[in-house]
Design a protein around this ligand. Sequence first.
Ligand code: UD1
Ligand code: MG
Length: 437
Amino acid sequence: MVLRFESSPGNSYHSFMEKIKAIILAAGKGTRMKSDLPKVLHLIQGRPMVSFAVGLARSLKIKDIIVVVGYKDQLVKKYLDKGVKLVKQSRLMGTADAVMSARTRIGKLDGEVLILYADHPLFTKETISNLVKSHLKNKSDCSFVTASVEEPKGYGRIRRDNYSRVQEIVEETDLIGHDHDIKEINLGAYCFKSKSLFSALSKIKINQKKKEYYLTDAIGILSQEKARVEALLIEDSAQALGINSQEDLAQANQIMHLRIIQDFVAKGVSIIDPLNTYIDSSAIIGKDTIIYPFTVIEADVKIGKSCRIGPFCHIRPKSILMDEAEVGNFTELNRSKIGENTIMKHFGYLGDAVVGKNVNIGAGTVTANYDGKDKHPTYIKDKAFIGSDTVLIAPVKVGKASVTAAGSVLTKNKNVPDKAVVAGVPAKILSRRRRNE
Ligand code: UD1
Ligand code: MG
């Protein structure tokens, strides 16, 4: 669906987005997760669930983001960036009560409010931006996102009248008769006129079965009052998943995993086995790089063009591989930089290492970067040849075009000069002029 807006300044989407406030509900305990960790802190592809809703609001350039916390609020706070405002819901009395707790943070009721649930993390930016756009275009009092799914169990169902207009949302415990046949569900993303929202909230009665105030009741109240209520029906059922159990979480992880892989593939990265390759969404990878199966690439890793990675390779945070570098099976890199055309084909570990261009790192090379107290760097200069089973006890430097013989142990601060050959335990200089160099 393509939505168009007139570009008069007062009505433009961007100036509207600057005024809109977001409320993210993250106070629930998540009893159905059977876990001590607050539900919204469970990880999806390495990131706490709550960060997806916050990220969505941010990506839409919303400045005022209010997160409602409750269960283990101090712990949840640690995972939220300083830019968001926190509100504590003192008693967990349902989603309407959670929004009510944020009332004082909204100020004047002359704008719009976007409400997202922190446990519904798979929305795309496009969906939420379409929600806001259609809300603005239709001048609605409330717009919210729905999907038609084969298994609606557990979700609020959308009751429509004979003209297909939204009447109300019925929660699972309150379904009666034909409600059980309804396939259209509420996905918990709403855009309200602030005035209409808080007026409806003040009329919501406690649900007698659950002893909670349901935000979803606001839809029924507004449509009875003949206010403008619109549902934005989306087709991508992956976005319909709310996380209430470990099973939902596992499914969300799988969906998010494949989305991330697809993003890299679309940018020209070859991934041989998408199901068995894990890449953090913050990584940057150049085109024509091939990633072989069972590889894990963590946060803030940068990989250049035409590199070969894996199989069974673990690239840990903040590592950098320049163009045409090659790291093969059972190699682990941690906070290390590997220069252009440098090759480390077989098992080994480089931590806090800075490796130059055209270096060959032999099988079994290990940097001993941690002395039990501090981490230390290792420098390996261009064209060096590190023999198999070399151990480099950091801090240490290996000069340009120098060679370490197989089994050498380079000790702390015993730097190898350029073009030298070293061997032994501890390594000693055999020659100061490597042949053919
Ligand atoms: C809710 C919706 C349901 C919808 C589904 C989509 C209501 C009443 N029902 O059901 O229509 O289909 O989400 O995923 O809204 N929370 C608070 N404070 C509370 C209670 C909940 O902040 O007192 C937060 C939770 O942390 C969670 C979100 O609100 O992030 C939704 O709560 P949850 O209990 O999971 O609602 P659902 O049963 O999934
Ligand atoms: Mg939920």
